[in-house]
Design a protein around this ligand. Structure first.
Ligand code: ADP
Ligand code: MG
Length: 347
């Protein structure tokens, strides 16, 4: 009898382990490829221009639930999450392609709704829809968007450029999208057990908008450009602040120290986080889906950004002998851990 080869469940590898495993076998062959796997987008060089490319797939039942996600919002968000990755490279998005897989349950009117959101995002961010693919699926819907952007040579910002003493900055505020998602999930359970009960969503506009209709922070990239600031590293916050900071620390071979009292949290999330017993800080650190930018700047650039309302300095980079720490309002420093690093939890 031949012995069975031991197979490895993906749950043992984890999402990031899987990407590492795939990328190990990749050898870049073309001089035009400046940056391959491992950042928010790939970077390519053609003549005098550099272009960035990124792609993200959203699956019904994994990334969105059509019970509470309007199709128009879904279309908008599917585009925006990709544009966010383009901005995270310090680039400007120019084109998108959209690939769709749909089961027989969808109507033409539903697809029109979805595309009205896609067109709205194209308008809002001045990008062109230039292609895609349309196919059927056995169940549900999958949407894959690819975004292409442009950046001046030498201005692309990677995850690996942070240096000791750089300041760590975030745009906007964090944690609201996660609280919004928890609210939607709660109301869905209520509805499932009693369809006559109306969902209690009133007064929660901010957190619902953050999860259902996020925006990509092109305004922040523009602001930094206008002040002549090129961040030393940057990425967008799709998985939560802790996880993203650990990516920057790993790739930049450094540590960091961030301060609890500096992390920007909007007061609008407080009533609902209290009602649902979720610490706003935990939502900000581990929640994800905020699509804000996380970046580091050299201290010399501090004066250029310090008066800006959309940017908050939350800490600084330390050298590679130290780990990533959160300094709480009181008590001892806490080492940051990334949620979902060990479970196979694809996004
Ligand atoms: P983000 O959260 O910014 O979208 P991801 O964590 O999805 O980034 O991906 C990290 C890096 O791994 C990116 O460079 C992405 O292109 C690459 N990547 C992800 N999945 C695959 C795959 N199946 N094959 C090749 N590269 C991948
Ligand atoms: Mg990203």
């Amino acid at each position: 009898m031949t012995e069975r080869k031991k197979l490895t469940p993906l749950s043992e590898v984890g999402e990031f382990g899987l990407i590492d495993h795939i990328s190990k076998h990749v050898k870049l062959k073309n001089n035009e490829t400046i940056k391959g796997i491992g950042d928010d987008a790939a970077v390519m060089s053609y003549g005098e221009n550099q272009m960035v490319v990124t792609t993200d797939m959203l699956i019904e039942g994994v990334h969105f639930d059509l019970m509470y996600t309007p199709l128009k919002h879904l279309g908008y968000k599917a585009v925006v999450v990709n544009l966010s990755d383009v901005f995270a490279m310090n680039a400007v998005p120019k084109q998108i392609t959209v690939s769709l897989a749909m089961s027989g349950k969808f109507t033409l009117e539903a697809i029109d709704e979805l595309y009205s959101g896609i067109y709205a995002a194209c308008e809002a961010y001045n990008v062109d829809l230039v292609g895609g693919d349309t196919t059927s699926s056995v169940t549900g819907m999958a949407i894959s968007v690819t975004a292409i952007g442009a950046v001046e040579p030498g201005k692309a910002v990677y995850r690996n450029g942070a240096k000791a003493n750089d300041l760590i900055c975030v745009s906007g505020d964090l944690g609201a999208a996660y609280i919004g998602l928890q609210l939607l999930e709660r109301e869905k359970e209520v509805f499932k057990s009693n369809p006559n009960v109306q969902p209690e969503l009133e007064g929660n506009d901010y957190i619902l908008q953050r999860i259902l209709k996020p925006e990509a922070r092109g305004d922040v990239v523009e602001l930094l450009g206008s002040k002549g600031v090129i961040p030393t590293s940057m990425m967008d916050i799709s998985d939560g602040l802790s996880s993203e900071l650990l990516h920057i620390c790993k790739q930049s071979e450094c540590g960091c120290r961030i301060y609890e009292d500096k992390i920007p949290i909007n007061d609008a999330i407080k009533p609902m986080s209290k009602e649902m017993n979720i610490e706003p800080l935990v939502a900000a650190l581990n929640g994800g889906e905020d699509y804000e930018l996380l970046f580091t700047i050299s201290q010399a650039d501090y004066d250029k950004i310090k008066d800006n309302q959309s940017v908050t300095v939350i800490g600084h980079i330390t050298d590679k002998t130290s780990n990533a720490f959160l300094v709480p309002k009181s008590g001892e420093e806490i080492q940051l851990v990334a949620q979902g690093w060990t479970a196979y939890n694809p996004d």
